[in-house]
Write a protein that binds this ligand. Structure first.
Ligand SMILES: [Zn+2]
Length: 309
């Protein structure tokens, strides 16, 4: 279909009560696997990259950033389902402005380590910056811990603060901390539905659940009811990718292999390409999540009022 705004995508999701997945890619193969998963399930999808893919300390690799941006835009335009393209979790204002320049149509500012006043100020500035170019901004309030960090009470999003944060910044969506954990395999995730419900009383825009990998399936409909229309998924995709890669490599006898054979395994498109096989596993896990989020069949042609490109 084409690149469409996250705002537009959420309007549909909100109307029909399902969530859209953001599946964080790290290279062309994972990006392609994500879009193919969405196409095979006729689902809208948010594709993109995490800021850490491009950053080392305070600097970003602008060549990599620009190449990946071009790749994402092309993949979005050549897809048969609605796609939004996000730069996820950057705390660097210059980098986020650069993302707008490079054609990402949504950006996520990670300002939760700042004071609420600073977080608000920077987020509002980015919203203003993005507005003229039709770029949506996702903000974050409260801290979403990583697995092993331990959840502290003061990490959790305050419902009252969420209300004023949204009002003062004008963001499109808000990432919340309600017991969800980054990079968690599940088990330890205890979602505070009461808090989410309270947050919903102060908010109208879509809420975002980071930590989709370990998020319990059975709670998905419960949080959608309470305003969550976007899930972020990353860790599980990389895990299945590595597992497949490992088993693919273990099946090959590299020591005794004819040299000509390396092409089949590494780059040529054929059934023995080890990477391609690993991307199939990525595609399958994305499809599974899409079904759980209820967005399958919601990206069919004619669903969105779009100018077809
Ligand atoms: Zn996150």
């Amino acid at each position: 279909m084409s690149l469409i705004s996250m705002r537009e995508m959420f309007e549909e999701a909100q109307r029909k009560e399902y969530a859209v997945g953001y599946f964080e890619s790290w290279d062309f193969g994972s990006l392609k696997a994500t879009v193919e998963a969405a196409e095979e399930t006729s689902s809208p999808v948010i594709i993109g990259f995490g800021a850490k893919t491009f950053t080392r300390r305070d600097n970003w690799d602008d060549r990599k950033f620009a190449c990946f941006a071009a790749m994402g835009k092309t993949v979005a335009k050549k897809s048969s389902v609605p796609v939004s393209f996000i730069l996820n979790e950057s705390d660097n204002i210059s980098m986020l402005k650069r993302a707008i320049e490079l054609g990402f149509n949504c950006i996520m500012f990670e300002g939760s380590h700042l004071s609420i006043a600073k977080n608000m100020e920077f987020t509002a500035r980015l919203v203003k910056e993005g507005k003229s170019k039709g770029v949506d901004v996702e903000g974050e309030l409260g801290r979403i811990p990583a697995a092993g960090d331990g959840l502290k009470e003061d990490y959790l999003t305050s419902p009252e603060e969420a209300g004023s944060f949204i009002e003062k910044t004008g963001i499109t969506a808000l990432a919340v901390s309600v017991g969800n954990v980054h990079m968690s395999g599940g088990g330890e995730t205890a979602i505070d539905l009461d808090r989410l419900e309270k947050i919903r009383r102060y908010t109208r825009i879509p809420l975002v659940m980071h930590g989709g990998t370990g998020f319990p399936d059975r709670l998905v409909p419960e949080v959608i009811k309470r305003g969550v229309y976007k899930f972020n998924v990353g860790s599980i995709m990389k895990k299945v990718f590595l597992e497949e890669l490992k088993s693919g490599l273990l099946q090959e006898n590299l020591e005794e292999m004819e040299l000509a054979y390396v092409h089949y395994l590494v780059d040529w498109l054929n059934d023995r390409n080890i990477f391609e096989r690993a991307y199939v596993a990525v595609k399958e896990i994305v499809k599974e999540k899409i079904r759980i989020y209820g967005s399958a069949d919601k990206g069919l042609r004619g669903t969105y009022k779009l100018k077809e490109e």
